[in-house]
Design a protein around this ligand. Structure first.
Ligand code: ZN
Length: 236
């Protein structure tokens, strides 16, 4: 154990297949609030509903682990700073204002984080790297764009920077319009599968993760070094 691992303020970030979250012994739609259930019901596709539900459960499991309380005691709320609606926007725990949370869902895979420091987490499918690459020119700093274009797998290289930048947005450090001003070109682009890669950007700690089984890349960012846990049904 390093001293980093013992930081009591270090956020827990978890990644899992949506189906595995829903099979977790503590999981269930009963954990969701009425607002969340209504939002879940609006998904046209069942898979979208399940990914949404799994992410909203996984963030409760993270917060429950951090706080040492049962998941069914955690209430999650959201607040949109733009339109003030409560069914989307930044997630928070009304009963635990000292705990910060973040969540992300994509097709079949979800990620979530909870900590006593600002935290942002993002997950994307490796399969999306080709289509996402189209926005590279708008969201990368010039040095990052050069690196991505020179990389043997530009789509994969871009996806790594994209999840890092998305996690910084969720942390509240930047916005979609400000992404090109964030220059992460000093960070390595290749993250070996199954091993966390830790790096720094300004005062932030980033942890990158590549999940070859679920075909996903994940980044969690915080002012304290996040710990990554992979939630599997066996691990409980
Ligand atoms: Zn809104």
């Amino acid at each position: 154990m390093t001293s980093e691992d013992q930081d009591p303020h270090a956020p827990i970030a978890a990644v899992s297949a949506s189906a595995d979250v829903l099979r977790h012994p503590e999981a269930g739609e009963h954990l969701l609030t009425a607002v969340e259930r209504e939002r879940a019901a609006r998904f046209r596709q069942e898979s979208g509903r399940l990914d949404f539900t799994a992410a909203h459960i996984l963030v409760r499991l993270c917060a429950a682990r951090l706080l040492g309380v049962p998941a069914d005691t955690i209430t999650l709320a959201q607040n949109c700073p733009d339109c003030r609606k409560a069914d989307h926007g930044r997630p928070y725990l009304p009963d635990h204002p000292d705990v910060q949370v973040s969540l992300s869902h994509t097709h079949g895979v979800v990620a979530a984080a909870a900590g006593r420091r600002p935290v942002g987490v993002d997950v994307e499918l490796t399969a999306r790297s080709g289509s996402l690459l189209q926005v590279a020119g708008r969201v990368l700093a010039p040095a990052e764009l050069q690196q991505v274009e020179a990389h043997p797998e530009p789509g994969r290289a871009f996806l790594r920077q994209w999840v890092r930048k998305e996690s910084l947005i969720k942390l509240g450090r930047t916005t979609l319009d400000g992404l090109a001003a964030v220059d992460l070109s000093a960070l390595p682009l290749d993250v070996p599968p199954g091993r966390p890669l830790r790096s720094r950007y300004q005062d932030l700690h980033l942890v990158d993760w590549t999940d070859p089984v679920r075909g996903a890349v994940i980044c969690a960012a915080s002012t304290a070094a996040p710990r990554i846990v992979v939630l599997t049904p066996e691990a409980g």
